[in-house]
Design a protein around this ligand. Structure first.
Ligand code: GLV
Ligand code: MN
Ligand code: MN
Length: 412
């Protein structure tokens, strides 16, 4: 049998991702929240790819699909230690098909071709990277890193279903979360689309990530008083949605003076939500990112100060909960250099760039050295169905990952 070319592997891999796109809560769109029915079907499909690649599979306590290739056992010092590769298979609403699954599919493909590594390789298809269904994110990767907070099993979704109950439905045993912490992993590699325009502007198909931004997500409630839209005079209203409009602008204005920081209100619900009722309650989220923890914290203080001022000015009460915080992480310099060599072996010079997006890598960084390889995406567009990568770039990403693994396993 002839060995498939990088191009042939890329073509087959992109066809797989086209099939995965059909695992969705919403026909015609990609919408695959953590522990949903569509996540369960995605786990089954990706598990079939892992099995074809000769990996032993299991679903872990937090719903991460794990595919393991055992090492040759020739180096007793490596016994029980794994090199970890992974990314996520959950998506945002109306997502593209590459954010997360591209990295999982490349990891499976390259692990299949790695011969006689002296250590185990584990491919991790995480399920809770985007965090749309339950407050908080990164449960799967935090469990692997040994930093999981079990209170996150009790978080409930909008229908009152807990993470614990949803995990049982997937066939996972959430009570075993402690067992997922890996003993001294050898490192972690995540391949991901860039989700920004830097590589495209530089004419570079691949890039080596230097660090991942710090982030916070807040859940907010502005409470006023519902009332009759036809009878309550304009002067006496406590309209929560009018306050929310001011609040959204205040969030944006907090970040504007800081070009490296970003602030977004991405979700908002209005209650009672009828055309003839003054809105009494608005719930919304705020997502903040900055290159360092201190910049992120300064932005968060500015946002919360301004939101309180908006609430006071509109005679509303404000409740605020921090539902996610990540300090971001640095990618290990030695692994960045390894990735750099792997990309150069293809005749390319990879730029180094930071990631403004969050990734499972930042949770895994608590347990081991991490590296990330970015793949150029069209127009830098992501979290959007227009997400797009080329077969040529994916072929290069496969080639670079092969070279990275070969050097890791055999030193060449
Ligand atoms: C994940 O996509 C994130 O950065 O929010
Ligand atoms: Mn994403
Ligand atoms: Mn992602």
């Amino acid at each position: 049998m002839t060995t498939p070319t990088l191009q042939g592997r890329a073509k087959a891999l992109l066809e797989r991702l086209d099939r995965l796109a059909a695992c969705s809560e919403t026909p015609g769109q990609i919408d695959r929240p953590y522990l949903s029915k569509s996540h369960r079907s995605a786990v089954a499909l990706v598990e079939s790819w892992m099995r074809q690649a000769g990996l032993e599979t299991r679903i872990d306590a937090l719903g991460t699909l794990v595919g393991k290739r055992r090492g040759s056992g020739t180096d007793p010092g490596m016994k029980g230690r794994s090199l970890l590769l992974g990314s996520h298979i959950d998506t945002v609403r109306n997502a593209g098909r590459y954010d997360g699954p591209l990295g999982v599919a490349i990891a499976i493909d390259c692990t299949a071709t790695l011969r006689d590594a002296p250590f185990d390789v584990e491919v991790l298809a995480f399920g809770d990277e985007e965090g749309g269904r339950f407050a908080g994110t990164l449960r799967g990767s935090r469990a692997v890193a040994g930093s999981f907070d079990p209170r996150l099993l009790d978080t409930t979704d909008a229908n009152g279903i807990s993470v614990r109950a949803a995990l049982r439905e997937l066939g996972a045993n959430p009570e075993a979360w402690r067992d997922e912490a890996r003993a001294a992993p050898l490192g972690y590699l995540e391949i991901h689309i860039e989700q920004g325009p830097v590589l495209e502007r530089m004419g570079a198909p691949l890039g080596v990530v230097t660090s991942i931004a710090a982030a916070t997500r807040l859940q907010l409630e502005l409470r006023g008083e519902a009332g009759h839209a036809g009878t309550v005079p304009m002067g006496g209203r406590r309209d929560a949605l009018v306050g929310a409009a001011d609040a959204i602008r205040a969030v944006r204005d907090s970040a504007l003076p800081h070009p490296e920081s970003v602030a977004t209100v991405g979700q908002l619900t209005v209650e009672p939500g009828a055309p003839n009722v003054i809105p009494g309650l608005v719930r919304f989220t705020v997502d903040l990112r900055a290159p360092t923890v201190s910049q992120r914290d300064a932005l968060e203080s500015e946002v919360t100060r301004r939101l309180q001022a908006v609430a006071d000015a509109n005679d509303l009460s404000l409740a605020m909960t921090r539902i996610h915080a990540s300090d971001g992480c640095a990618c290990a310099p030695a692994l960045q250099d390894r990735l750099d060599r792997a990309v150069r072996s293809l005749g390319l010079t990879p730029p180094r760039l930071p990631s403004g997006a969050g990734h499972d890598a930042m949770a895994i960084a608590a347990a081991t050295e991490v590296a990330m390889l970015f793949v150029r995406c069209k127009g830098g567009i992501s979290h959007n169905p227009a997400e797009s990568v080329t077969e040529d770039d994916v072929a290069l990403a496969i080639g670079a990952t092969d070279a990275f693994l070969r050097e890791f396993a055999h030193g060449t």
